[in-house]
Design a protein around this ligand. Structure first.
Ligand code: SF4
Length: 435
């Protein structure tokens, strides 16, 4: 495919949304380079004549950000700065028919499982031999490892299954190969991601096989931290906790979105569990893995949520004392089960409920962080900012959790581990002196 200026084709990949989208963009980048096609991720200058925008279609704000990005590159095309604009990812998967009409200057639209077709469009062929290889776009000492695609859960508010399809586990051999290659490239921390990581293996191995996967990845030389994200409370594989407890290189950390703290709301949301069962699970997790940090996310303002339901959620958060908490306002997503209900909680109330929950959590986070003062932790050095080195403990995931501001006169290498004694704490950060 020859483009207008006959300048050498260069593809700029732009990623929006979650870490799973980032992995998809990295796979695309790896495949293009494997085909000797010049490609870059998030180019800072206008040297690429082809743009591929990997979009997010999750909730309102994310959708708007994706549309704004597409329009920005379509404008650049009209100004002759780029020659081809291609769109892929969740927004394209979900709204292709409408978007094609509304934004005709986009050259082609691709779905979330359209890699081969997108590569063809870019004059490349899918290379099976590159499976397990991945060029990273974030600092190479940590990497996301996507263990499955799609989701079989019926959560009433969620549009992800509409965009990502049914759950498909990746073969364990492929994941272990990818982990080995990443470790060879200097990766020390693996973040396991999926739509529902605890469902791993049910399709492929006819059993929940997360525990076995954790063992295999834990055996990979060079991997010092394995972090588990996106666990689901119902049908939780308890044997995974045993592996977490016995293996030193599996972080005492669990990200488990719970979405609500009221039994009736959990039923409206079709989460297949109750507040009582959730609290029992949290207790078991903390008993089986002492000192574990638990991250969760909640939704405020789902249809049918009354002040009483919300008060239940407030007391649930107060009792559960999560280490990390994210709260979202409910987003009325078409074609989800919840969309058939009236979106009856006013936006102002939704936001007030989010603010109240985050305020409650701020107090809890501060207490939990202050309790760490004086203790010594292994810290992974992530970056240097204004002359200060910043890292994380095993209880903190990149980009979403706490950070450790390191006090030291020495020069630290990014991606190294240091031991540091906590000297101070705020709600969301710690300060520590390297020892
Ligand atoms: S498990 Fe997560 S991705 Fe799957 S339907 Fe529920 S909220 Fe959506």
């Amino acid at each position: 495919m020859k483009t207008k200026g006959h300048r050498k084709n260069k593809v700029n990949i732009v990623t929006l949304g979650c870490s799973k989208n980032l992995v998809d963009s990295e796979v695309l980048l790896t495949q293009l380079k494997g085909n000797n096609i010049d490609a870059i991720h998030e180019s800072k200058n206008d040297d690429a004549n082809i743009v591929v925008i990997n979009t997010c279609g999750f909730i309102d704000n994310a959708k708007q950000e994706s549309i704004d990005t597409i329009l920005r590159y379509v404008d650049a095309k009209e100004e002759g700065l780029v020659e081809k604009v291609y769109v892929t990812g969740c927004l394209s998967q979900r709204y292709k028919a409408d978007l094609e009409k509304e934004i005709p200057l986009v050259d082609a639209w691709f779905g979330t499982r359209d890699l081969s077709r997108l590569l063809k469009q870019l004059n490349a062929n899918y290379k099976q031999e590159l499976v397990g290889e991945r060029i990273l776009t974030n600092p190479s000492h940590f990497a996301y490892l996507k263990i499955s695609e799609g989701c079989d859960r019926p959560c009433s508010f969620c549009a992800i299954p509409l965009m990502r399809g049914k759950h498909i586990s990746r073969p364990m051999e492929e994941l272990v190969l990818e982990a080995k290659n990443l470790a060879k490239g200097g990766t020390k921390e693996l973040l396991l991601i999926a739509q529902d990581s605890t469902y791993y293996g049910l399709d492929l191995y006819k059993k929940r096989n997360l525990a076995e996967l954790l063992k295999r990845l834990s055996d990979v030389e060079g991997i010092e931290w394995i972090r588990l994200h996106y666990a689901f409370p119902t049908g939780f594989p308890m044997d995974a906790l045993d592996v977490m407890a016995e293996r030193n290189n599996i972080c005492k950390y669990l990200d488990i979105p719970l979405q609500h703290g009221s039994t009736e709301m959990l039923q409206f949301m079709r989460r297949g569990t109750t507040r009582e069962k959730t609290e029992a699970l949290l207790q078991t997790i903390r008993e089986k893995v002492p000192g574990i940090a638990i991250r969760t996310t909640l939704i405020a303002g789902h249809p049918g949520e009354t002040q009483m339901h919300f008060d239940e959620m407030m007391s649930f958060v107060e009792r559960s004392r999560f280490d990390r908490l994210g709260v979202f306002t409910y987003s009325h997503e078409e074609n989800t089960h919840s969309h058939s209900m009236a979106d009856d909680v006013p936006a102002k109330i939704k936001q007030e409920r989010v603010d109240q929950l985050m305020e409650l959590q701020q107090g809890i986070s501060l207490e939990l962080n202050q309790a760490k003062v004086g203790d010594t932790y292994k810290v992974l050095v992530d970056r240097k900012e204004e002359g200060v080195f910043i890292g994380r403990t095993e209880f903190d995931s990149p980009e979403v959790d706490n950070e450790v501001i390191l006090e030291t006169k020495d020069y630290l290498r990014l991606g190294d581990f240091v031991n540091a004694q906590i000297t101070g704490a705020t709600e969301f950060d710690l300060t520590a002196k390297v020892i």
